[in-house]
Design a protein around this ligand. Structure first.
Ligand code: UDP
Length: 325
């Protein structure tokens, strides 16, 4: 039994690979290194450079390594880029996933964990989002992921193929052992940008909007530590191996933090005021996005260990200092 991790050289995929090898699993990482970083992959994993859409390669790997499960992270994830280059996003995310799912079906690899996103909800009416909240993605990125969820749903009905889709809220932080972290160049995420500003690598942190209908006027999100997210994947994998057929779960802590609260947390961790610039809202940002993750806790017995913004920010900051120094 071996797990195929696609996109295993990326931020979340590299944490996944460590999570798997740490518990003694055999892992093959497939990554085309378009945004991934080779050095983030655990040396205990087998690395193969290539595309998930290369079916002859993927099918050969599945046979040669006795793959019983796929955890699929590979794809493009930058929302504004998806608006400018929608066809690239549909190719990298939807079309490539279709090929991968087909390879699984053809090779009898029936366990599939999919990296989905809260972007499938668009701008929800409710501030607490359940899995039943209407799916109305507002950008090609969210649509490309939702389309993949639909393919998984249909394939699971038609074939001996099982899946769990995990809808991530705001993933942040880094491996507590310091082995990997967010390393994507040109990252746009708040905590990463705040750490870069704290280290003087960007002149200031821009606050995108101070007039939202939230307690302090800035956007509210549910920040989840990457290690708790990885724990959810391991539970999903175990559930699939035990016979789960098709499930979708929100991944977040169920508590919202504003941009200003994140800034305070960064200042507490660094011990210095953070240079900030207040600016206009960023197009397409909902005021508030918080996960109702009751289903994940109830069904998979997920128990978060790092639900503390100081731990999240400290680990992200420690990684930021190390990775770019
Ligand atoms: N944000 C910000 N400045 C930044 C990056 C993000 O004010 O440099 C805000 C953004 O408007 C949102 C929150 O921080 O309210 C989280 O944004 P991020 O890009 O981290 O994740 P998203 O929720 O868009 O996936």
């Amino acid at each position: 039994m071996t797990v195929l991790v696609t996109g295993g050289a990326g931020y979340i995929g590299s944490h996944m690979t460590y999570g798997l090898v740490d518990r003694g699993e055999k892992v093959v990482v497939l990554d085309n290194l378009s945004t991934g970083v080779r050095s983030l992959i655990s040396e205990q994993a087998t690395f193969v450079a290539g595309d998930v859409s290369d079916q002859s390669l993927v099918r050969r790997l599945m046979r040669e390594h006795d793959i019983d499960a796929v955890i699929h992270f590979a794809g493009s994830i930058v929302v504004p880029e998806s608006v400018e280059q929608p066809l690239r996003y549909y190719a990298n995310n939807t079309v490539a996933s279709r090929a991968l799912i087909e390879s699984c079906v053809e090779e009898g690899v029936r366990n599939f964990v999919f990296s989905s996103t809260a972007a499938v909800y668009g701008i929800p009416d409710a501030s607490m989002v359940t899995e039943q909240t209407p799916k109305e993605p507002i950008n090609p990125y969210g649509r490309s992921k939702l389309m993949t969820e639909w393919m998984l749903q249909d394939a699971a009905k038609a074939h001996d193929f099982h899946y769990v889709a995990l809808r991530y809220f705001n993933v942040a932080g880094a491996d507590p052992k310091g082995r990997t972290g967010q390393s994507t160049p040109r990252a746009t995420h708040l905590i990463k940008r705040a750490c870069q500003a704290a280290l003087g690598r960007v002149p200031a942190l821009d606050i995108f909007g101070t007039d939202y209908p939230t307690p302090d006027g800035t956007g509210v999100r549910d920040y989840i530590h990457v290690s708790d997210l990885i724990a959810a994947h391991l539970l999903a994998l175990d559930a699939l191996r035990a016979g789960t057929k098709a499930e979708i779960f929100n991944c977040g802590y169920g508590r919202g933090l504003s941009v200003r609260e994140i800034i305070k947390a960064v200042e507490k961790v660094t011990g210095h005021p953070l240079p900030v610039r207040e600016g206009a809202r960023r197009a397409g940002d909902p005021p508030m996005l918080v996960a109702d993750s009751a289903k994940l806790k109830r069904t998979l017995c997920w128990t978060p260990k790092y639900d503390d913004i100081n731990i999240i920010v400290s680990s992200a900051y420690a990684w930021e200092k190390r990775f770019n120094s």
